[in-house]
Design a protein around this ligand. Structure first.
Ligand code: MRU
Length: 366
């Protein structure tokens, strides 16, 4: 996407250094810093510490992690290679894209016997994943825009108010984003939209990242506290909710950033459509009960106790909010049951959040 006139992606391959590079998202929106992925440990750290985050990007980073393992000569002994890939897959538990990306590159590598061929195969597959995910997001935008256009027409061209949670934008997904793709397509085709951006505590992916992305594209938006959505919905200030997901079961249960479930409940109570946008790499084809099966990551409580921002002198600082001695619990995701989801927006079109809906779009999985 364009940032101040420069074409940017959150991950890219440096052809001179022959390594993948990423934006270190921890410093955004105040500092735009790059990080090199030289080793498998670098890749694991980037995923765990959330230099990179968001399900499709975690998948693409894991894919480059396999390339990095081969580069470090860990791809020659199959047992060691598979063990390195297992380490990559364990970096974060909730987004299914990570295992999907790692396994896909591992699979093409194991079909080759020598290091040179494995290296070439790993790079080609990781690059293919990046391009496919970008195209998937573009298609999600093409399909999802119809929802926004219809509301705009009903409102006689008045702004369509869309609420989103976390960051399911291009920083999480290579290009366009998932939840944000229909917003970009709507805006670029002249539909008047306004986005309510949930700040998304504890790490503020909404106020730091989604707000930054939308602002750079000129899309009208307002950051609200995570608790504001219900009030906005009760007062007719939200026309549509679109969120992303880290893992959606093939039966339509949706894991996403903590707080998504409460938005879905409020949307249901107020008769507001609640859509989830996702590429097929985020569908878990094995789990059928999201609530009991999807692993929910618990992260460092310090992410709750401390908030990061600029001080009056423009320095990036972290400050402690609760009493130092108060325990904090940091559940990073929740599961929204399929019954609360109006529909899914995928690269193959829209469907109901159900086995039947998903299998109609992906009949090869029947
Ligand atoms: O902890 P994060 O920032 O990786 O969580 C990300 C989300 O919850 C996103 O909404 C999800 O990955 C969808 S990204 C298209």
């Amino acid at each position: 996407m364009l940032v101040d006139g420069n074409q940017m992606r959150p991950i890219w391959f440096d052809t001179d250094l022959k390594i993948a590079k990423v934006i270190d998202q921890r410093m955004l929106p105040h500092q735009l810093i790059e990080a090199d992925l030289n080793t498998v440990d670098d890749v694991i750290e980037a995923i765990q510490e959330m230099f990179v985050r968001g399900a499709p990007l975690i998948g693409a980073t894991g894919a480059f992690g396999v390339y990095t393992a081969v580069l470090q000569d860990q791809g020659c002994n199959d047992d060691r290679f598979v063990a390195e890939c297992d380490r990559l897959k364990a970096a974060r538990p909730t987004a299914v894209n990570l295992a999907w990306g790692v396994d896909r590159v591992l699979g093409v590598c194991l079909a080759q016997s020598d290091r040179t061929a494995r290296l070439a195969a790993a790079l080609a597959e990781a690059l293919a994943i990046v391009e496919e995910e970008a195209e998937n997001c573009r298609l999600i935008g093409e399909y999802g825009v119809s929802l926004i256009r219809e509301i705009s027409q009903k409102k006689g061209g008045k702004p369509v108010n869309i609420l989103t949670h976390c960051n399911a934008g291009w920083l999480a997904c290579i290009e366009y984003g998932t939840a944000t793709a229909p917003m970009y397509t709507a805006f670029d085709t002249g539909i008047d939209i306004h986005v309510w951006v949930d700040e998304t505590r504890p790490l503020n992916q909404g106020s730091r990242l989604t707000a930054w992305e939308l602002g750079k594209h000129g899309i009208a938006h307002t950051v609200v506290t995570d608790n504001a959505g219900g009030h906005l919905m009760q007062h007719g200030m939200v026309d549509l909710v679109i969120v992303g997901t880290d893992r959606t079961t093939w039966t339509g249960d949706v894991a996403n950033k903590i707080g998504t479930y409460l938005k879905a409940l409020a949307a249901k109570d107020n008769d507001i459509p609640f859509y989830v946008a996702l590429p097929s790499s985020t569908i878990d084809w094995e789990m059928d009960n999201g609530l009991t099966s999807i692993p929910i990551e618990e992260r460092d409580p310090d992410e709750i106790s401390y908030v990061q921002g600029l001080d009056d002198t423009g320095k990036l600082v972290k400050v402690l909010v609760p009493p130092q001695s108060s325990p904090c619990a940091n559940h990073a995701f929740d599961v929204t049951p399929s019954r609360l989801v109006t529909g899914l927006i995928t690269e193959r079109g829209m469907c109901s959040a159900s086995q039947e809906g998903i299998l109609t779009l992906f009949p090869e999985r029947r």
